[in-house]
Design a protein around this ligand. Sequence first.
Ligand SMILES: NC(=O)c1ccc[n+]([C@@H]2O[C@H](COP(=O)([O-])OP(=O)(O)OC[C@H]3O[C@@H](n4cnc5c(N)ncnc54)[C@H](OP(=O)(O)O)[C@@H]3O)[C@@H](O)[C@H]2O)c1
Length: 359
Amino acid sequence: MAALAVLRGALLVGFSVFLTLVLGFGLPSVLNLFARSCGFPEASVTECIVLVYALFVLYVAVPRLPRGTVKVDGKAVLITGCDSGFGHALAKHLHKLGFTVFAGCLSKDGEGAKVLENLHSEKLKVVQLDVCNEEQVSQAVEFVKANLEDPEKGLWAIVNNAGISTFGEVEFTTMETYKQVAEVNLWGMISVTKAFLPFIRRAKGRVVNLASMYGRMGNALRSPYCVSKYGVEAFSDCLRYEMKTWGVKVSVIEPGNFIVATGILTRDIVTSTAEKLWKEAPPGVQEDYGKAHFDQHMALMRSYCNSGQREIEPVLDDITDAITSKRPYTRYNPMEPHWWIRVQVMTHLPGAISDLLYF
Ligand SMILES: NC(=O)c1ccc[n+]([C@@H]2O[C@H](COP(=O)([O-])OP(=O)(O)OC[C@H]3O[C@@H](n4cnc5c(N)ncnc54)[C@H](OP(=O)(O)O)[C@@H]3O)[C@@H](O)[C@H]2O)c1
């Protein structure tokens, strides 16, 4: 493992040096040649390179430009998965900002729902909402309709936050698991969006979908989760194109690793998932992969339980921006710099290079 990390580090450094040399010497020479053949003086090429580089640095370093905010007064938002994690914190946060919040909870009798109900606010309403249960989705629509200040003005935003996560190599993962994860993360999200879209269209409002950095890049052991989150990205893109004519803005939030801050992956979950994965694996797979290899991967997953960003403010800020900014972004990437670089490498460089660097 240590040797692998050293090799990866060496590859990264080597690649950075290679890029620096190409950008520093190769690119100017090629541009100079091109400029000369077009009859321009050489000096203008150097200035162009400096300008492009300065713009890139500005793009990366400068904080978000103010784009104006909408009035919060009289606006209502529905959030799914408010029992815990991002959803729970977001319900409180948006309520504090003055929104009327419909907090969808998987269990209305659960701890998280009780905490929200104990705020005893007219502007924070807990709604029983299992996103996989069509009847509950319909009942939630009726509830929201009945409790909107002015149903004619519609609902300002929905935040599709409810989600589950799991892990395991492809050959250890049952079809049932693939379907269960997609049922919540993808089909549930689509079902809730479709049910509430008429209200959102009326308000010319917002749809905000929680994807993940794993909606942009794959990883070993994460196929059930990645498949569902790639689906969230695809659905959001298609919806965004369709909703343009209605004045509805669709944004995707792609958080990096916030495992330690939310309840999405705990040591208990890893232990029970590991037991299930091994028990359900076909005997041939158990034999071929071997217990030692399996245990090593499970230990790796266990180590992730204490990893990631501890503060969830970046995620809350991005969701809030998607809901309140006059010009929300299409994609938000609340993640640590090393994950951001990895997403850029995986999405912009040829697979042969990104595979070499990360796998
Ligand atoms: N934490 C991260 O590192 C991270 C990174 C990228 C993306 N995300 C995404 O962010 C979203 C929120 O996750 P989180 O980290 O806040 O995890 P979390 O604390 O586990 O929150 C997920 C919430 O969804 C609820 N839920 C599960 N199944 C549901 C269903 N069928 N219907 C309605 N609600 C359901 C859960 O209820 P129970 O508590 O009762 O199970 C929980 O309240 C998810 O979509 C996740 O994929 C998280």
